[in-house]
Ligand binder design. Structure first.
Ligand SMILES: Nc1ncnc2c1ncn2[C@@H]1O[C@H](COP(=O)(O)OP(=O)(O)O)[C@@H](O)[C@H]1O
Ligand SMILES: [Mg+2]
Length: 244
């Protein structure tokens, strides 16, 4: 469904993403992990058209999307969240999501119909009871949920989730994993997600890609990747693996 070939993006002398090759198959949930600054968000910015790669190419459903602007990529079916949430502050949650529905790929132009769709998405995102509130009044967890709701509202086929589960306890991790499966099923999604909560990543993902200094150092099933020597030394640490 998504393919990157030799993707490279530098900021000054820093290669944030470095000759990266990867593929995501339709229907997969793929995790993207790596230390802070390893290029995860930059990769999402390349895929969603916010940055243009210096080198390399990107394909979505066999069509080349390299260098296309964000609104075209969104229209083609790639939705994303932002690590730093950015709702429209002067609009209620319902209005935030409804605007995304109207500008998205549903083909809905009728405000009443768009309202219904927005309500459904807020319901799934467990924000229905807060739909008339304003984003800045929300706790971080709910703002992250709103970010997901807005991404879902464009009706994507591929959803990029950038650290949407902030600071979770054990019980919340289980809920987060269940939530990921639920939106995948309900909206028929392929998901590519960045997450630091390893338990959530391990529980949710079919496959994990590991970045370090912008390059892929490992890829495979969660169990395999969690025991990969380079992943342990670059990211997880020996203590983590001992607890698995
Ligand atoms: N717009 C930018 N300008 C300059 N440097 C950037 C920019 N975006 C990211 N970087 C740098 O690129 C590297 C990768 O960042 P990022 O992709 O945000 O990492 P991650 O999401 O894995 O924590 C970091 O060193 C970061 O400081
Ligand atoms: Mg990031």
């Amino acid at each position: 469904m998504l393919k990157g070939e030799h993707l490279t993006k530098s900021f000054g002398g820093l290669r944030a993403v470095s000759s990266l090759d990867f593929e995501i198959q339709e229907g997969e949930i793929v995790g993207l992990i790596g230390p802070n600054g390893s290029g995860k968000t930059t990769l999402f910015n390349l895929i969603s058209g916010f940055y243009r790669p210096d080198e390399g190419r990107l394909f979505f459903k066999e069509k080349e999307i390299t260098g296309k602007p964000p609104y075209i990529i969104a229209q083609m079916g790639i939705g994303r969240t932002f690590q730093i949430v950015r709702p429209l502050p002067d609009f209620t949650l319902l209005e935030n999501v409804r605007i995304a529905v109207l500008y998205g790929r549903h083909g809905i132009r009728d405000v009443k119909e768009a309202t219904g769709k927005a309500e459904e998405i807020l319901e799934v995102s467990e924000l229905a009871d807060k739909m008339h509130q304003y984003p800045l009044n929300l706790a971080l967890e709910d703002r992250k949920r709103l970010e997901i709701a807005r991404a879902l509202a464009i009706n994507p086929e591929l959803l990029l989730l950038d650290e949407v589960f902030a600071g979770l306890n054990e019980k919340e991790i289980e809920k987060a994993v269940a939530f990921t499966f639920e939106i995948k099923r309900r909206f028929n999604l392929t998901i590519f997600m960045v997450e630091h909560v390893m338990k959530a990543i391990m529980g949710a993902c079919d496959r994990i890609i590991v970045l370090h200094h912008g390059a892929k150092i490992a890829e495979g099933a969660p169990e395999e990747v969690a025991h990969h020597p380079e992943v342990v030394s670059a990211y997880l640490g020996k203590g983590y693996v001992a607890r698995l």
